[in-house]
Design a protein around this ligand. Structure first.
Ligand SMILES: Nc1ncnc2c1ncn2[C@@H]1O[C@H](COP(=O)(O)OP(=O)(O)OP(=O)(O)O)[C@@H](O)[C@H]1O
Ligand SMILES: [Mg+2]
Length: 392
């Protein structure tokens, strides 16, 4: 199960303990991080971060080199200890874990993918991927099975016996990702995992991550210094500058209401139609009927909500089609099952607006948005798309 992460007033300071203490006193002052460093000799790498990552969210932190991204992400497995503040993962307070709980948490609940691959060069692909399970003392057969599943997930089957030095950068990064997936983490931390890759491979990896994210129930924190990457991937994005967050929001909100000139400059070169995804501007459907629902109750709901039709899913939320108001009014049947108009005009939620555009301009209704498993996740409205693309 994915878990939410609550960050409560987190700061990370580097220096001697005396320097750190002095800097801690100044965290709430008006002094900038640079001024605090001048005064105390300590580096404030993360300052008073306070926000939440929702469960199952793909959350991206973006910012220039030195803005504090790595210092922050490392607090989420306590590789960096915050000087003050609390972090909650689900209902548990990570910042209060003792050594034993921390070890369990690192083994079972969280995984990190690093920028520099950090692979074991003397081991094969599968040897690397199964390594965390080996550390946990999982038996060989089970270990191999789980590792092979992860290897397949990242598209490396057939390569499992190769040594990692025989692989390209992109493949190495996939091994790193597969290894991070073996303990089925609730929280996946990715610190600039693709920065060293060529643009084309990088795109592949991004698409693959979106696909993975779509298939799995997992909270992901992804770090990058590239705004295009941030917008391609993120459900929400936080822009960091000088140890603090300048703005936090959906890609659409960044375009719509950039917090200041710094943000405006940062997003100036981003091409919206290539970046804005359906999921970032889809809306929640007002009412959705389930297969097996009664005609009467459905009719009532549709009328109540002033709708001309409603979507129908099965009990697993898989999209089936729609029923129209007139059909409900005319029907003499008990359930809506025979009224369902099967419809395959759906939009994938990770599609870009550019791709959605042609479908949308032909459609008479709002379009259903589905995930990789065909589950209904939202609706896409023509006017909303026009607004999003027009906003400066
Ligand atoms: N272990 C450390 N000891 C002392 N200072 C550190 C340490 N780690 C980071 N810093 C300082 O903290 C600040 C933030 O660094 P951090 O590595 O978090 O930035 P970043 O946003 O990840 O940058 P990049 O994009 O280059 O990876 C920098 O001034 C850096 O020098
Ligand atoms: Mg970094």
């Amino acid at each position: 199960m994915a878990k939410a992460v609550d960050i409560k007033n987190i700061s990370v300071v580097f220096g001697t303990s005396k320097q750190k203490q002095a800097a801690k006193e100044l965290l709430d002052s008006d002094l900038t991080a640079a001024e605090i460093r001048e005064k105390t000799g300590a580096t404030v790498a993360v300052r008073n971060l306070d926000f939440s990552i929702k469960e199952g969210e793909l959350f991206v932190i973006v910012g220039l080199s030195g803005s504090g991204k790595s210092s922050f992400i490392r607090t989420l497995n306590l590789l960096n200890k915050p000087i003050r503040g609390q972090i909650f993962v689900g209902d548990e307070e990570l910042t209060a874990f003792d050594a034993k709980k921390l070890r369990q948490y690192r083994q079972n609940d969280v995984s990190m993918v690093f920028q520099n691959f950090a692979l074991l060069t003397h081991r094969s692909v599968i040897g690397n991927v199964e390594y965390p399970l080996e550390v946990q003392g999982v038996g060989e057969k089970k270990r191999r099975e789980t590792a092979m599943e992860a290897i397949k997930l990242v598209g490396l089957d057939g390569w499992e016996e190769h040594m990692t030095f025989q692989l390209s950068g992109g493949m190495k990064q996939r091994v790193g990702l597969a290894r991070a997936l073996t303990n089925d983490p609730e929280l996946l931390l990715m610190d600039e995992p693709y920065s060293a890759l060529d643009p084309l491979i990088r795109r592949d990896m991004q698409d693959q991550l979106l696909k993975l994210e779509d298939e799995m129930d997992r909270t992901i924190l992804f770090i990058t210094h590239d705004m295009n990457e941030a917008f391609r991937l993120g459900d929400r994005i936080a822009l960091m500058k000088d140890a603090e967050i300048v703005q936090i929001g959906t890609p659409d909100e960044f375009f719509d209401k950039p917090a200041n000139d710094y943000v405006k400059n940062f997003i100036a070169d981003v091409d919206k139609t290539r970046i804005l995804k359906v999921r970032s501007i889809m809306e929640k459907p007002t009412y959705v009927a389930k297969k097996g629902d009664g005609v009467k109750e459905t009719l009532q709901k549709v009328k109540e909500n002033d709708m001309g039709f409603c979507y129908v899913t099965d009990e697993k939320r898989k999209f089936l089609g729609y029923v129209r108001l007139e059909q409900l009014q005319r029907s003499k049947g008990k359930t809506i099952d025979r009224l369902i108009n099967e419809d395959d005009t759906v939009i994938y939620r990770n599609a870009y607006l550019r791709e959605a555009w042609s479908k949308l301009s032909e459609a008479e209704y709002d379009l259903p948005v589905v995930d990789g498993k065909g589950r209904l996740r939202g609706i896409l409205n023509y006017d909303v798309v026009v607004d999003a693309l027009a906003a400066q």
